[in-house]
Design a binder for this molecule. Structure first.
Ligand SMILES: NC(=O)c1ccc[n+]([C@@H]2O[C@H](COP(=O)([O-])OP(=O)(O)OC[C@H]3O[C@@H](n4cnc5c(N)ncnc54)[C@H](OP(=O)(O)O)[C@@H]3O)[C@@H](O)[C@H]2O)c1
Length: 317
């Protein structure tokens, strides 16, 4: 975990003011909503389609659902009126089918931060990614996040940047090879790579928003486990009760699929492999799941799905 000096001071208690959550119908925002609700916090979800099934599920869980779009700054300002905190996450060009460009992602991220500033919220949490660092990566949807981080830090609004490692969820996307007793990913067989459960992103964010003065001004590299390619296969084999052979995604695929190839290069040079201090993180966030626990818990349905034969290729975001 890297830290910069904390902005200290007494916490501005939330009272009944809500936390505004972007991306609440998605993976990270959904986990943040659940974790905040588990703590009894008031939540306001900004959604594009309030009548959609996911928005209605949020509303049924006691969440205030308001219409808004990342591309409509006025809707963001309106959504943040009277809020105590904001969780900011954006879709990226790295997500197949998102239709989002890198310029879109940056514009969205800056708009959320500016709206939080204009609304005078007590704390903003921005979700970035672990490969972000002082040196540009050349991967569009990583370098976008460096630009958003910089903007967030420059604002007077107290903020925390979290940099999640690769999600455990992406390990079980279609195309992993598991139905055939194989498992393929970006790491080399003997190279450790860090991962985090999406559930834990939510829990960490809820804990940060419960103690804003402790976390303000900090950048938190986030992971729950670190495993080599061979170790990933061994954990999977333990759950399946049969051998699983690890093979890194083949070089010809990495050469053909440009984004995958660039991500693999970032794993090789260590930036996407992760640099979170797992022991220090566990001291603050003892709930962080290891891959083994995640497979037995929140990941079990995804493991079942990954065992069904598919014709899909590997897709990472
Ligand atoms: N995969 C990884 O391992 C990993 C690791 C670290 C960081 N990341 C980063 O995580 C981010 C994605 O987070 P996620 O996985 O939580 O995404 P996700 O599950 O795809 O959810 C995206 C959310 O954004 C909302 N959204 C999309 N466009 C919008 C718009 N114009 N206005 C308002 N809301 C909009 C979607 O709402 P709708 O329901 O309206 O579509 C949805 O709630 C990306 O930036 C990615 O680079 C990924």
């Amino acid at each position: 975990m890297s830290t910069t000096p904390s902005t200290t001071g007494s916490d501005d208690g939330p009272g009944d003011r809500p936390v505004v959550v972007l991306g609440a119908t998605g993976q990270q925002g959904g986990a943040v909503v659940r974790a905040l609700r588990e703590r009894g916090r008031a939540v306001r979800a900004v959604v594009r389609d309030p009548a959609g099934a996911r928005a209605r599920t949020l509303a049924a869980g006691g969440v205030e659902v308001v219409p808004g779009d990342l591309d409509d700054a006025a809707s963001l300002r309106s959504a943040m009126t009277g809020a105590h905190g904001v969780f900011s996450v954006q879709p990226s060009s790295g997500q197949a089918g998102s239709g989002v460009t890198d310029e879109d992602e940056v514009r969205f991220g800056l708009a959320v931060a500016d709206a939080a500033q204009a609304a005078g919220v007590a704390h903003l949490v921005y979700s970035s990614a672990n490969a972000v660092g002082p040196v540009p990566t050349g991967v569009g949807h990583v370098d976008t996040k460096a630009r958003i981080e910089e903007h967030v830090r420059a604002l007077p609004t107290p903020s925390t940047v979290i940099r999640p490692a690769a999600f455990m969820e992406i390990l079980l996307l279609p195309g992993s090879g598991l139905p055939d007793g194989r498992f393929s990913f970006l790491a080399r067989p003997d190279q450790a790579m860090q991962f985090i459960a999406a559930r834990d992103v939510g829990r960490v964010v809820a804990q940060v928003l419960a103690a804003p003065s402790r976390w303000a001004g900090r950048t938190v590299e986030l992971a729950g486990d670190a495993l080599t390619g061979d170790a990933l296969a061994a954990v999977l084999a333990g759950h399946l009760g049969r051998p699983v052979e690890y093979r890194r995604i083949p070089d010809d695929v990495l050469a053909r699929e440009r984004l995958l190839g660039r991500l693999a290069a970032l794993v090789d040079d260590g930036r996407l492999a992760g640099r979170a201090d797992l022991d220090a993180l566990r001291a603050d966030f003892p709930f962080l799941l290891r891959f083994d626990d995640w497979l037995a818990g929140p990941g079990s349905a995804l493991l079942d799905a990954a065992l069904r034969p598919t014709s899909g290729g590997v897709s990472l975001r």
